[in-house]
Design a protein around this ligand. Structure first.
Ligand code: PMP
Length: 485
């Protein structure tokens, strides 16, 4: 059997900061053929969120390298990634600065924990910097590794906060239909994905209300009215459960994995009012929305939300290394610090120095290259060009964006906002056409979603719009027979 460490492959021209040695790859890509990689993958690797039997029939695409917005597979086919990996690679692939920061930190101090009254400089500096960037009432940070761990931490912090305040019965966490907050047992229970609830993610003291998904809601209300109606389902649920039993409401400013659901402008102010009126903590899950993804630094800035707790991940390190954080607002932090005693919670990798060093370098790039502003203006170009190319297309019901994130709704009857039957799998057909044409765009139901790196160039926008148009046209040919008119 071949070890990935034998015959290390070198990436030509890649030098460490001092020029001493070249970076070497820990897996020798050239050592196996595509067929061999695929066979080995099926034999041993259980992928996340995958029907393994069908994957084994279709086999995986093996991604071997990346640069900017492009990926290359093991057959050297170039692919345009308009999902930033999994909503992660804000600064694009192949940024030397991040590799240098990781290498330098690994040589200086590759690991130390933050338990037992110790800390490392990168974790301290990053905490200060995040507080400055987020602003509002945030002066404290709790670190974890994944988005799920960050949201899990929010759930524990919210319940602990109320217990400290002498209200331990305030335990319910309310979220929304189509919400995605992670895949641990608690975060799957907090999310609004029925299939996850069925597979063990169904803890008590979680409850979901309506999502602010105006396009998907087939009523006659205009967007502004619908935003209020959707927010008031939260009020109704709080009253049903009893405000004395509800700890927090958690929501993504824009629901990403649920289909890039951009709420009407009326929605978040009403949610904020309701949380204040019934004394419920408000948590913003910014795992996707942070770091320029919605046109401003954070989704809470874009929508004027003033949360008590906020989860961050993905764009924090551009996904180069795992790191997540919970921003803890003064209301909760002061209670925790002054009256909480020991908080029995934390992770081996909380504040990992290498991850924090990479996050600091990533924030440097975002600031130095004005990527929040750049992303916002590129997002506008994406929307304008998609509208020009696809606005009148019979299959396209709606194109929506907020900064450099967006969605295209594929519908059976555009005039009536009518969707295809779910078993027609129209979104999946379109996603397969994207895949076959070397474009990564994802399907959620029949909603095509995109979230390119903020560094997307004008030429790449044109390429994206061209490939998306082609995939939608090919889908149209496949499903025309199911359409009205
Ligand atoms: N919250 C949100 C809003 C997410 O989109 C995700 C992941 N896509 C998570 C939490 C969970 O993050 P992770 O997969 O890193 O655990």
């Amino acid at each position: 059997m071949q070890s990935g460490l034998t015959g290390l492959g070198m990436i030509p021209g890649m030098k460490l900061p001092d020029g001493r040695s070249e970076f070497s790859m820990t897996s020798n890509i050239g050592a196996r053929t595509t067929t061999e990689w695929k066979k080995l993958d099926s034999a041993h690797f259980l992928h996340p969120f995958t029907d393994h039997k069908s994957l084994h029939q279709e086999t995986s695409r093996i991604i071997t390298r990346a640069d900017g917005l492009y990926l290359w597979d093991s057959d050297d086919v170039k692919i345009l990634d308009c999902m930033a990996g999994l909503w992660c690679t804000t600064v694009g692939y192949g940024r030397r600065e991040l590799a240098d920061a990781a290498a330098a930190q690994m040589m200086q101090l590759p690991y130390y924990n933050a338990f037992f009254k110790t800390a490392t400089p990168p974790a301290i500096e990053l905490a200060e910097r995040l507080c400055q960037l987020v602003g509002m009432n945030f002066q404290h940070v709790f670190y974890a590794t994944s988005g799920s761990e960050a949201v899990d931490t929010i759930i524990r912090l919210a319940r602990h906060y109320w217990a400290i305040k002498g209200k331990p019965q305030k335990k319910y966490i309310i979220s929304r239909q189509y919400a995605y907050h992670g895949s641990t047992i608690a975060t799957a229970s907090a999310g609004g994905m029925a299939d996850m609830h069925k597979q063990g993610g169904d803890l008590p003291f979680f409850s979901q209300v309506m999502a602010p998904y105006w396009y998907g809601h087939q009523g006659d209300l205009d967007e502004a009215q619908f935003g209020i109606v959707a927010a008031r389902t939260l009020e109704q649920r709080i009253l049903e459960l009893g405000p004395e039993n509800v700890a927090a409401f958690i929501g993504e400013p824009i629901q990403g994995a649920g289909g890039v659901i951009i709420p009407p402008d009326t929605y978040w102010p009403e949610v904020q009012r309701i949380c204040r009126e019934y004394d419920i903590l408000l948590a913003a899950d910014e795992v996707i929305c942070g770091f320029g993804r919605t046109g401003q630094w954070f989704g809470s800035h874009t929508f004027g939300i003033q949360p008590d707790l906020m989860s961050l991940a993905k764009g924090l390190t551009s996904g180069y290394v795992p790191l997540s954080a919970v921003m803890v607002g003064d209301r909760v932090a002061n209670e925790l610090i002054d009256h909480g005693g020991e908080f029995h919670h934390g992770f081996t990798y909380s504040g990992h120095p290498v991850s924090c060093a990479v996050a600091l370098a990533n924030l440097d790039i975002i600031e130095q290259e004005n990527l929040v502003e750049v992303g916002a203006s590129q997002g506008k170009k994406i929307e304008a060009q998609l509208r020009a190319a696809l606005g009148d297309h019979p299959l396209v019901g709606q194109i929506r964006t907020k900064g450099p994130i967006g969605a295209i709704e594929l519908v059976r009857d555009k005039s009536k906002r009518e969707f295809f039957p779910s078993d027609a799998g129209v979104g999946m057909i379109c996603r397969n056409h994207c895949f076959a044409n070397n474009l990564v765009m994802r399907a959620v139901r029949d909603t095509m979603i995109f979230c390119p790196a903020l560094v997307i160039s004008d030429a790449e926008i044109a390429e994206f719009v061209g490939l998306a148009t082609r995939a939608i046209e090919l889908t149209y040919r496949d499903v025309k027979g199911l359409m009205v008119g």
